[in-house]
Design a protein around this ligand. Structure first.
Ligand code: NAP
Length: 496
């Protein structure tokens, strides 16, 4: 049960505490933020609404703790991370349960998210030991006009305090993908979890707490992003922001100032299906990519661009598979579960109604009960419909029929987003040429979209992001290069 056993100290009088200076605390605001269960639409948990003074205090503590942490041997930092990963995995049950109740993640996927997060932490520890243990040695006479009188030694130093802000859909995995690289690189972190998903994140932080990291190095501030977000992101004590979410990131990027930013935003994942594709493979991947976790993934397939000549066959195959998806509560491990909030459900519905008014073909009847929306395939979608461009973040998938590959590439590139795309074809040469033409951070050939494995580079172009992630890239993003130059006498200097 969430909040029970080893987690009992993180909750008091039914309100989860926030984490500061190595302990669990109640906010002096006396206020809490309710977390609504998307399935029951009733309050499930409460978290503290932290104050600006509390933010100031944790950042001050983080600064002090970080200095000592940066001097802690790299192998010791890695050892602690491995221990945290093990504790996290041991507690996959209660943490998974929070994910089921807070964000309606199907029970099995919820546990998988926690296990994957443990693996990510361990991999980060191993990768960090290797890449942070290496520097460079340069000699001056490799640049024109110089003698061999300077030796330059470069090393990698931490940035300071990293602010980590993950989104609701992977509140554990997308938190550890920020905080594990931060820690191994010698940084402190302040985590601001999403409101929906905060309790799972607090449980995860407790696993780090039980590991025995130094006091002040890690903190977790809860409260609504709309209330505490600007204060955190514009705080002069923050040296780096790693954010995943929607277009809030654009405003944050404008206000943040001269600090490194890692911004992962949404996407409008286009899946281009050519005439020579294996249509069964394409249909299975469209369904997996479009409807896993009810389409609430940045890398969900969000528009299918299929050649007219094979469109009927693809739509029939996808439709048959969509009809087999189970719909219901996350506790029963259904494929389609309620979307995260009522406002998300309303937004998805507005896209569906717009497509209906403009003449899209509904392959299933539109059905909604509360936040639960039945999976829906919309055929004959045209570029004048909102759903052709906007990210529904729900179990609704538009199909646009195209008459040439160029039309598909054009639609993909006309989007403001550029996260990932897929191509289905048996012609590898064509696939590579289309991949080169698609303005997205990643292109999958003959597969559904995927962020993982977590050590692969992952990045969005255009409004899908700033910077590149994946474990190695995230570690490199959270360091600075420091040079020490040894100046030697001129070559004519006599040793005798
Ligand atoms: P969101 O509404 O942008 O929220 C993301 C995070 O920002 C939450 O922790 C939120 O806290 C916080 N926040 C809100 N306002 C803030 C402010 N003014 N300053 C600082 N932080 C603030 O996104 P979401 O609905 O959680 O997630 C869905 C979006 O994330 C989709 O667009 C999806 O495509 C994108 N996503 C992208 C990736 C990727 O890797 N590219 C991965 C997953 C998801 P509160 O919850 O308290 O508001």
């Amino acid at each position: 049960m969430a909040g029970a056993g080893i987690f009992s100290e993180i909750i008091e009088e039914e309100v989860y505490k926030y984490y500061a200076e190595g302990e669990w605390r109640k906010s002096s605001s006396g206020k809490s933020v309710p977390i609504i269960n998307p399935t029951t639409r009733k309050p499930e948990y409460k978290v503290q609404a932290c104050t600006q003074e509390e933010v100031n205090k944790v950042i001050e503590g983080a600064k002090a703790a970080q200095k000592a942490w940066a001097r802690t041997p790299l192998w010791k930092r890695a050892e602690l991370l491995h221990r945290a990963a093990a504790i996290l995995k041991d507690n996959k049950g209660p943490i998974g349960e929070c994910l089921v109740k807070e964000i309606a993640k199907p029970a099995k996927d919820a546990v998988t998210e926690v296990v994957r997060s443990g693996d990510l932490i361990s991999y980060t520890a191993e990768e960090g030991v290797r890449i942070l243990g290496e520097g460079k040695f340069l000699v001056s006479d490799s640049f024109p006009g110089n003698e061999r009188t300077k030796y330059c030694l470069t090393s990698k130093i931490p940035l300071g305090v990293v602010l980590a802000i993950p989104p609701f859909n992977y509140p554990v995995n997308l938190a550890v993908s920020k905080i594990a690289p931060a820690l191994i690189a010698g940084n402190a972190f302040v985590l601001k979890p999403p409101t929906q998903g905060a309790v799972a994140a607090l449980h995860m932080v407790h696993c780090f707490h039980l590991t025995g990291f130094p006091k002040g190095l890690m903190s977790c501030i809860t409260g609504k992003g709309s209330e505490i977000g600007d204060f955190l992101t514009m705080h002069p004590g923050i040296n780096c922001i790693s954010f995943t979410g929607g277009d809030t990131a654009i405003a944050i990027s404008k206000k943040a100032g001269m600090i490194p930013l890692q911004m992962e935003l949404g996407g409008k994942y286009a899946c281009i299906i050519l005439e020579d594709a294996d249509l069964d493979l394409a249909a299975s991947n469209v369904v997996k990519g479009g409807f896993s976790y009810s389409g609430q993934r940045c890398t969900a397939v969000k528009v299918v661009l299929v050649m007219e000549t094979v469109a009927d066959a693809v739509v029939d195959k996808v439709k048959a598979k969509v009809e087999k998806l189970t719909v219901g509560p996350p506790e029963e491990d259904c494929d389609i579960t309620p979307v995260v909030t009522e406002s998300s459900a309303n937004f998805i519905e507005s896209l569906v109604m717009d497509a209906k008014e403009k003449g899209a073909t509904f392959c299933q009847e539109y059905r909604r009960e509360g936040n639960l929306i039945w999976p829906l395939l919309l055929d004959h979608v045209r570029p004048d419909m909102r759903i052709a461009w906007e990210e529904p973040f729900g179990p609704v998938l538009p199909v646009i029929r195209i008459s040439s590959v160029e039309e598909g590439i054009h639609h993909c590139n006309a989007s403001n987003f550029g996260l990932q795309g897929s191509i289905f074809t048996r012609d590898i040469n064509k696939a590579i040429m289309i991949s080169d033409a698609m303005e997205t951070g990643t292109v999958q050939i003959n597969s559904a979209p995927a962020r993982g494995p977590d050590h692969f580079p992952f990045q969005g172009l255009k409004e899908s992001g700033i910077g590149s992630q994946g474990i190695t890239n995230s570690i490199n993003m959270m360091i600075k290069v420091k040079s020490t130059v040894i100046n030697l006498p001129s070559p004519s200097y006599s040793l005798g």
